[in-house]
Unconditional design. Structure first.
Length: 767
């Protein structure tokens, strides 16, 4: 990074500008650097022939770095305005870059095999943070040396570039020497006898590879265009010093340092392709600052800062944070999409094609720059500056990034699972930035916390925010030694409920050694994913009571009707009161009317008050409107008779609207309310059956019969729920003798009122 910060980038571009090179020539030097990526193909072939990527890389890279003594020598003998000097610089840089690019594919292939794929995003992100931080010193040194020689004789000014390039060559050679200590793992052997041309074309047979290369190539075209001419624009239009330009470049590096670890973690969690798409979407936005530059001066603690320096400093930090992540994604994507046996060649072909596309960017930018120099627009932006060539380049970059690169990359099919793009946008762009930071903090704390309590608390918070970013880390905690952390991870995965989370829960449920099976079933209930139904049905035969109970509740919440036969059988066979309660609740959620034939007798015969309440709630939801009976019960408990009065009022309005001549039935409603308030349950039951028989048969235009059994038979053909309602009212009108006393209570009457009112409401709505 010291070599890079002292050679390519700001020093090289400023050297060309100091030599008086044209816009096209400045663009050309970047173009040939990019086009020289084609040298990766012969470099890959050489590495495959030699059998050692490391030796080939070292020989090529040492030659590549040593060639930077040539621009240093040219700077010593150059004079401003001599046309052959820029051409010689271009030639030297081209040769150096060809050798450097020839070494790139063997190095990338070597590193891809060396670094575990599961955590490669985190590794590359951490690496980028460290090396970019080191490069800040090089950027400062370059600016200091160039400014120290600037403003004097032109030859002295150019001598500053000679010093910078000579130092770059020294640091570049040291880099290679130090790197020789990195081990090279055994690589997959290329099949002997395979022609070179076949190995060369093999990557192009992959649709995913072609689309990835096109997307990255178009992005690189635009980025190379705006990246080359940004400092040229600032130098020409605002006469910024080399130190100021170095500070702005440092700002970009600071953004990269701050974000690289975060971006690497993001890649490991949402996937490299989706991370790249997010960056394609957001990174260009950081360049909008160039449209709002003004001519003002700002003062901070006695320090005067120009508007351009302040805005571009902030823009550079944001841009550095986002643009640096694209390279991380590209490395990971190549590792995933390339074949192990021919990885070096795949990477070389990819780089070659991208290089050709990217090389057109600086050339295009140079033509745009020269055109605007000859045809100034005179358009004035909001800050008072003129619309220039660079603003046109930025707009073109927006068009390429959003209109071409992003859609093409979204069409790439990945062999590994990743977060859907819309979910990633929701998690990263539509969520509060503070919450995103908290999520990553809790993910880190869950892994690095010093106590089990800290880690479990972090998992609980991640479940509360339902962030899909945490799924890989939560899945890893399913094997944690701490049972508390296992349980919190299970609950968090259930709360998140993504396909990946459900898959992990199901895998854990199938493990016979799992100690948190009830928690897993509860989590699957929260996730409500139909894919869990088969596994949950299988758990109905578990010897653990809590596992069976939680499986039943989960099946009811998921709502898959194929679970109904198993739940009906369970309800018939069990004598466990809690199982009866949860089975009836689940069947009610599934809308299975046949469950009423088991629920109603249980309501009548059970001695358990809590079981009776649970069964009554299930029947109320099954035959009436869901949740309404529960609300009526609460209302009736808070104020005696209030729930019944509310429901009878609703029933009365229905009767008066649809049967205005049913005077006797309207009078019966008043009598029923009075009997309910008086606690006369026997009278209430009789009046309810009378009302039910009349109103339900009126509603269906059936011949009136006061025989409940006959009425039930008639209704079963046209309205099964109405038939079951009459059956309940019939049973309610009979004494429920348990241990010598009538077990009917006001809740049983309220249930009858509710299901009768619900049938009237449903029928009138349908008609």
């Amino acid at each position: 990074m010291l070599w890079m910060s002292l050679s390519v980038g700001l020093p090289l571009t400023m050297f060309m500008e100091a030599l008086g090179a044209s816009g096209v020539l400045i663009g050309l030097i970047t173009a040939v650097r990019l086009a020289s990526m084609a040298a990766q193909i012969p470099g890959a072939m050489l590495a495959e022939a030699m059998g050692s990527r490391k030796r080939v890389w070292a020989a090529l890279a040492l030659s590549h770095r040593a060639l930077w003594f040539v621009p240093a020598a040219l700077a010593l003998i150059a004079h401003t305005g001599e046309p052959w000097i820029p051409v010689m610089v271009v030639a030297a840089v081209t040769l150096s870059e060809m050798l450097g690019n020839a070494s790139a594919a063997p190095w990338l292939s070597w590193m891809t095999d060396l670094i575990p794929g599961r955590t490669s995003g985190k590794f590359w992100g951490t690496r980028q943070s460290v090396v970019t931080a080191v490069s800040l010193g090089g950027l400062w040194l370059a600016g200091y040396l160039l400014d120290s020689c600037d403003g004097k004789k032109p030859s002295a000014s150019l001598a500053g570039f000679a010093i910078v390039f000579a130092l770059a060559a020294v640091f570049g050679l040291l880099d290679i020497i130090v790197h020789l200590g990195v081990p090279e793992p055994t690589r997959a052997v290329v099949q002997e006898g395979t022609p070179a041309w076949r190995r060369l074309l093999a990557p192009l047979h992959s649709v995913a590879f072609r689309r990835l290369t096109l997307a990255i190539g178009v992005w690189s075209f635009g980025f190379a265009m705006v990246g080359t001419f940004g400092i040229v624009y600032l130098k020409k239009e605002f006469a910024l010093s080399y130190s100021e330009l170095a500070v702005l470049t440092v700002a970009g590096s600071l953004g990269s340092v701050a974000s690289s670890y975060f971006l690497g973690s993001l890649i490991d969690r949402v996937g490299s392709r989706i991370s790249a798409c997010l960056l394609f979407l957001t990174a260009p936005l950081s360049m909008l600052g160039y449209f709002f530059i003004g001519e003002g001066i700002h003062e901070f603690a006695g320090l005067r800062v120009s508007d351009v320096t302040l805005i571009i400093f902030l823009t550079s930090i944001c841009g550095g944070a986002l643009f640096s992540g694209v390279g991380l994604c590209q490395i990971r994507l190549l590792g995933v999409l390339s074949e192990a046996s021919g990885r070096t060649m795949w990477m070389a072909v990819h780089a070659c094609l991208i290089g050709f596309l990217a090389a057109l960017g600086p050339l295009t930018g140079g033509f745009v720059m020269d055109w605007f120099a000859a045809h100034p627009t005179g358009w004035e932006l909001s800050g008072g500056i003129e619309f220039s060539f660079y603003h046109a380049q930025i707009l073109l970059f927006f068009l390429l990034a959003w209109g071409v690169a992003l859609p093409v990359l979204l069409s790439v099919r990945m062999p590994e699972g990743e977060m859907p793009f819309n979910a990633a946008v929701s998690e990263m762009l539509l969520t509060s930035p503070v919450q995103v930071v908290r999520n990553f903090y809790n993910i880190s704390l869950m892994t690095t916390g010093s106590t089990r309590r800290e880690r479990a608390g972090a998992a609980r918070k991640l479940g509360g925010t339902r962030t899909r970013l945490a799924v890989p880390d939560l899945v890893a905690k399913l094997e944690d030694p701490s049972l508390d952390l296992q349980e919190e991870a299970v609950e968090a995965l259930g709360s998140i409920g993504s396909p990946e989370a459900v898959d992990a829960l199901l895998a854990q449920l199938r493990d016979p050694s799992a100690l948190v099976a009830p928690k897993i079933c509860r989590a699957l209930r929260q996730a409500a994913d139909p894919r869990a139904v088969d596994a949950l049905i299988g758990e109905l035969s578990s010897p653990e009571r809590e596992v069976v109970i939680e499986s039943v509740r989960a099946l009811g919440s998921i709502g898959e009707r194929r679970a109904i036969p198993c739940l009906l059988d369970l309800m018939k066979e069990t004598r466990d009161r809690k199982l009866l309660a949860v089975s009836s609740e689940a069947l009610a959620l599934l809308g299975e009317l046949s469950a009423a034939y088991q629920i109603i007798p249980q309501i009548r015969e059970t001695e358990s008050r809590t079981l009776k309440q649970a069964l009554s709630l299930a029947l109320g939801d099954l035959l009436g409107e869901p949740e309404v009976f529960y609300q009526l019960l609460i209302l009736d408990r808070e104020s005696s008779g209030a729930g019944a009065a509310k429901e009878l009022g609703r029933l009365g309005r229905r009767v008066k609207k649809h049967f205005p001549r049913a005077v006797r039935q309207i009078e019966s409603l008043d009598e029923l309310e009075a009997a309910y308030e008086a606690g006369d349950l026997e009278r209430c039951s009789s009046l309810l059956l009378h009302l039910g028989l009349h109103l339900i048969q009126f509603m269906h235009r059936l011949q009136l019969t006061l025989d409940p059994n006959q009425a039930m038979l008639n209704l079963m053909e046209c309205d099964r729920q109405a038939g079951i309602t009459v059956w309940y009212l019939k049973i309610l009108d009979e004494p429920w003798m348990i241990q010598g006393r009538d077990a009917r209570d006001s809740a049983d009457i309220l249930l009858g009122i509710h299901i009768l009112t619900s049938r009237m409401a449903a029928r009138s709505t349908a008609s």
